[in-house]
Ligand binder design. Structure first.
Ligand code: ATP
Ligand SMILES: Cc1cn([C@H]2C[C@H](O)[C@@H](COP(=O)(O)O)O2)c(=O)[nH]c1=O
Length: 231
């Protein structure tokens, strides 16, 4: 059996937490499914989930979050309330079982959208983050954070073109391009501050090239075999 064959690649049995980020229309969705399939093929149990959402309660909050007018503090409180439930009900149990958790958006989105996009106080967001994500069992003062964040980066005008006419826009998708420019800058700031956690993917390329970059970013961590290109 070669080192890169899937059956020889349960490289680790510890849980893995991978989040996917980017402005609306950045192209996350199909690659999350591709990675889900690749991890299954490598013999891992996989939980694909999303934020806001991921539990019955958090999905109810998501519907309000995406549709009802509210201020930025209310947005932040709702999204962190849903995140708490999601962590307790889905993410932590999956990681404890040793599963791979693929999460379409997590707390970086809150810093990018509510923080950079809306201009909401980053220190208040940090306090909420600490309350919701604190995990004493990981070490004193430790917070649950993704092991890897795959950030789909592309120009706001390209994302807008991709979304145009695709579906009825929600409250965020209806925002002007200047809003998304701020959100994109927010993501860039997060990535700069935590380069070891972020993998930036240039998403202004054909889907197959983006997929190969995503696959490579995960393989570089030793979590999937490097040689095989799927999807
Ligand atoms: N590399 C690409 N080139 C061209 N079009 C793409 C590419 N990737 C995705 N798309 C198209 O762009 C649109 C948005 O993609 P997708 O829904 O995957 O983005 P997303 O990041 O999940 O968006 P959102 O966060 O708003 O749900 C879809 O119509 C998709 O087919
Ligand atoms: C987690 C999170 C999300 N948002 C925004 C970002 C998107 O516009 C929507 C979610 O829609 P998607 O198409 O499923 O990605 O919600 C946010 O503003 N703050 C957050 O923390």
């Amino acid at each position: 059996m070669t080192p890169s064959s899937p059956a020889s690649f349960p490289a680790a049995s510890r849980g893995l937490f991978i989040s996917f980020e980017g402005i609306d229309g950045a192209g996350k969705s199909s690659h999350i499914q591709g990675l889900h399939d690749a991890f299954l093929a490598a013999g891992r149990q996989v939980v694909s989930t999303r934020e806001p959402g991921g539990t019955p309660l958090a999905e109810k909050l998501r519907a309000l979050f995406l549709q009802e007018p509210m201020d930025a503090l209310t947005e932040a409180l709702l999204v962190f309330a849903g995140r708490r439930d999601h962590l307790q009900q889905v993410i932590e149990p999956a990681l404890a079982r040793g599963d791979v958790v693929l999460c379409d958006r997590f707390t970086d989105a809150t810093f990018a959208y509510q923080g950079a996009g809306r201009g909401f106080d980053l220190q208040v967001l940090s306090v909420l983050e600490r309350m919701v994500q604190q995990r004493p069992e990981l070490g004193e003062g430790a917070l649950r954070q993704p092991d890897l964040t795959i950030w789909f980066d592309l120009p706001t005008e390209v994302a807008a073109e991709r979304l145009a006419g695709a579906r009825a826009p929600d409250r965020f998708e209806s925002e002007p391009q200047q809003f998304f420019a701020r959100v994109a800058a927010g993501y860039a700031e997060r990535a700069l501050a935590q380069p070891e956690r972020f993998a930036r993917i240039d998403s202004h390329r054909p889907k197959q090239a983006v997929w190969q970059a995503v696959r490579q970013a995960v393989a570089a961590q030793g979590w999937l075999p490097a040689s095989k290109v799927e999807g």
